[in-house]
Design a protein around this ligand. Structure first.
Ligand code: EPU
Length: 438
């Protein structure tokens, strides 16, 4: 058992070296989802007791969230950490009731999910002081939808030089219509509503599988939530004292699953992606199939097969169940070597095209026009030295390197470590020529 004691001062940084790889074969296990586990950890603020989370990915963002929650008064231990292999780790979170509501600014501004302590802290304690959340830089990432919803429930907010102060004398249930189905806002409002007085209705709620996962954990803690998986969530507030701690298994990471699918797309091969939930990736699987891949659900994952050149198809990102913006760097990479020209439209983050410049270093033919990218497929990419600009784009550059002639070096891989659990080891076990030099 390892008690959590913060991140090392000097984070190991290094490079990933990739050479052109032949067909990938075998089986890879998908870890738990980053974008679920970080919110499940925040939910442990709501009730005292001992929580156990399984299938927790070994990623830096879990460590940063652990550091944040430790400062807020929780105790977090990694238990049953396998020495090697692809099984997820377990986290034990102990909430003994000594919670403070001031989040250290230097930690909170390192990840976007830090904003998800606002809902539970306001809901349970009526106060929170926190930095504005950090995370990947895709241009502006406001939190107005979070704040407007919480204000409708009776919270007030003041912006300071360093961040945000929220106060309430007690949250009241409210009817809240989101002007966009924001993932983070839906999660914050859910957690705030669990022990608010009366009923809260969130209309135009986000429907991502990670939100369903949070609802299931909150339910097992004693929350009354209806409409899970739909655009309208109804939360009947319960007394805080009636909530209890719980055990929960983190839902599989659909973006990591998509990463291994795209690796097969780039190299060819036949791989079983164990743990992938095809029902959480229907639109993506349909697009991959249009591009020429064969993807079939199995009893415990999906089988992915590709032989021959991919075909270009147009892609547009949308909130779930649409094609997630997090898949886009992978899709653009695949389109870079597909037969034909495709238009990729980004509808969530206008600034999320920064990795295109890195893909061009491989010889990709991509032009940007506003929130559209025009990708003209080339026969072959050429190895390059590139920098990972964020988590998903970093993974996409690794995948590009697998299909590029010669050698590729990916730098700034601390971005990849924030969200990928042993990407290099998993790809190497499938037969990729890849290594990490720390
Ligand atoms: N938005 C607002 N106001 C708000 C909230 C969001 O205008 O108050 C806008 C954002 O600027 C953006 C869009 O709404 O244009 C979507 O934002 P959303 O709130 O849905 O995203 P998020 O909660 O900040 C999560 C994931 C992201 C993922 C998005 C969309 C986490 C920690 N992050 O962010 O994941 O891209 O949902 O699916 O859950 C990643 O994992 O690499 C990542 C960036």
């Amino acid at each position: 058992m390892t008690e959590y004691s913060g991140l090392p001062e000097d984070q190991p940084s290094g490079v990933i070296v990739v050479s052109q790889s032949g067909h990938l074969t075998g089986e890879v296990t998908v870890p738990g989802a980053k974008n679920s586990v970080l919110k499940l950890m925040a939910a442990a603020l709501l009730a005292d007791g001992v929580y156990e989370l399984s299938n927790v990915p070994r990623i830096d963002d879990v460590d940063i969230m652990s550091e944040l929650l430790t400062h807020l008064g929780l105790r977090i231990e990694k238990i049953a950490v396998p020495e090697s292999g692809e099984d997820g780790q377990k986290l034990r979170i102990v909430n003994s009731g000594n919670v403070i509501t001031v989040a250290p600014f230097e930690i909170a501004d390192r990840i976007r999910a830090s904003v998800n302590v606002v809902g539970p802290l306001l809901g349970r304690f009526g106060e929170v002081d926190i930095a504005l959340p950090g995370g990947d830089d895709f241009g502006g990432r406001p939190i107005d939808i979070h704040l407007r919803g919480l204000e409708a429930m009776g919270a007030t907010f003041t912006f300071t030089d360093e961040g945000l102060i929220g106060r309430t004398t007690g949250l009241q249930g409210a009817d809240i219509t989101l002007n966009f189905p924001s993932v983070g806002a839906t999660e914050n409002l859910l957690m705030a509503a669990v022990c608010a007085t009366g009923t809260t209705r969130i209309v135009n709620a986000a429907r991502e599988p990670e939100i369903g996962d949070l609802c299931l954990m909150l339910r097992s803690m004693g929350a009354h939530i209806e409409g899970i998986g739909t655009q309208q969530l109804v939360i009947h507030g319960v007394a805080q004292a009636s909530l209890q701690s719980t055990t929960h298994t983190v839902v599989a990471d659909r973006v990591q699953a998509a990463t291994y699918m795209s690796a097969v797309a780039m190299c060819g091969g036949d791989v079983h992606i164990k743990g992938a939930v095809s029902g959480h990736m229907e639109m993506l699987i349909s697009r991959f199939t249009d591009m020429g891949m064969t993807i079939a659900p199995t009893t415990d994952g999906v089988q992915v097969y590709r032989d021959g050149r991919l075909s270009a198809v147009d892609i547009s990102t949308l909130p779930y169940p649409g094609i997630a913006t997090d898949y886009k760097p992978l899709l653009v990479t695949m389109l870079a070597v597909s037969d034909g020209t495709a238009v990729v439209t980004e509808n969530l983050y206008p600034g999320r095209f920064r990795y295109i410049e890195e893909l061009r270093k491989f010889g990709a033919d991509i032009t940007i026009d506003g929130h559209h990218a025009v990708v003209r497929g080339v026969e072959r990419l050429t190895g390059a030295v590139v920098h990972a600009p964020d988590i998903r784009a970093g993974a996409a550059l690794v995948v590009a390197g697998l299909a590029a002639s010669g050698m590729t070096e990916i730098r700034d891989i601390h971005h990849i470590d924030r969200g990928y659990d042993d990407l290099v080891g998993r790809l190497a076990r499938l037969g990729a020529s890849i290594s990490r030099v720390d």
